[in-house]
Design a protein around this ligand. Sequence first.
Ligand code: ICE
Length: 477
Amino acid sequence: SVLETTDFRKQVVEEVLELYPEKAKKNRRKHITVKENNECSSCAVKSNAKTVPGLMTARGCAYAGAKGVVWGPVKDVTHISHGPVGCGFYSWANRRNLAEGEIGVDNFVPFLFTTDFQESDIIYGGDKKLEKVIEEVVELFPNTKGVSVLSECPVGLIGDDIESVARRMTEKLKLPVIPVRCEGFRGISQSLGHHIANDAIRDHLIGKGPKRDVGPYDVGIIGDYNIGGDAWASKKILEEMGLNVVNIWTGDSTVEMLQNGHLVKLNLIHCYRSMNYMARHMEETYGTPWLEFNFFGPTKIRESVLKIAAMFDDVIMEKAHAVLEKYEAEMQKVIEIYRPRLEGKKVMLYVGGLRPRHVVGAYEDLGMEVIGTGYEFAHGEDYDKTMANIKDGTLIYDDVTAYELEEFVNKLKPDLVGSGIKEKYVFEKMGLPFRQMHSWDYSGPYHGYQGFPIFARDMDMAINSPTWKSIKAPWAK
Ligand code: ICE
């Protein structure tokens, strides 16, 4: 029964935390809960707080949130990772944010630009070098529509003034040069990096583009980074509904799309965590309304399509129903193939700031059950939104440590773990099927009607691979 399950899972939490010293135990207990009695208040999770020093977190830094997440996918801008070479190198080309265009001409996504700080730059300051690198980049790639400067930790520590460099270079090159003060040490996770990156869009781009008229069906997609082609799959649905997608932030995105983000009838936001700041700003400053949606799995797509269509007229509503009719028949066939192979399988998730709640419906469409989920860097409102998407008895863990997650999985025994590269091999070595839910494991898209069949195939491939019959976790022998 749900009650027994809940009690068992609460007991598991106590057992796992037992290892910690008193103070750490007290801290960590606030971040972990089991959903009970369908209530939010009873299952409040502490979140968006500093990781306990000494515990192994999977979180990233502000630079990761600003460069890797928000700015990196803007394709016609050259992004300079300002500081030592490592941050740029390790964030180079691994998020799988796809972009169309001629590489080196109007698409710079595959490149890494860095000021490659040396000891002397730390001692004497890096502003001169930054100036030189900006000029060099623009000379090499004259089509670049802007340059972003993404600070790494040492830039903030030595007090370089990248804003004045950016101002000077903007004037000299007649090009937006955008300083983003996203030193990794700022804040407690990549979440602040999202916010800083949003603020830079607000301060340097929004409202500064070539004016254009807003059509009655013009919409923007906010918070879709086109991982494995996700944004293209989202766009396809909206266009078939009769809407005109003029902006995408920031997957396969251009500077002009960012400048004109407010020039739409409605902004549609997928990743609330990373871009709610700009959605709010555009509403407050320009009166552009926004709406949250979820395109993972046919059930959530249906809800979202109808919600979006309701914001427009009968023409759009009629087309929306036609879209649902056409694709739901296709999705039913997908479900008929995969559901019998996946029915009743249990999943545990651990991802960043959106997917731990947004993908739940897609698993449920396949007859699977999410028994545990958690975020690296979600805020309170994300946990509130999560509760509506999960069942009583679900274990919830915020900024879960490597030790805790391993032990929770050990004791709850899911059939599949969905998390990131830091977790992947730990669980595969335990003999457990695993899928990367950040990068889609080199697959995708998972959004939209194009994505769901791929998602279903991938989960089946992971769980029902004959490989698992040939290996056993070392302790199971
Ligand atoms: Fe939003 Mo990895 Fe994207 Fe989310 Fe965000 Fe990150 Fe991607 Fe993950 C992301 S923007 S990079 S949907 S920072 S997969 S919150 S952690 S769940």
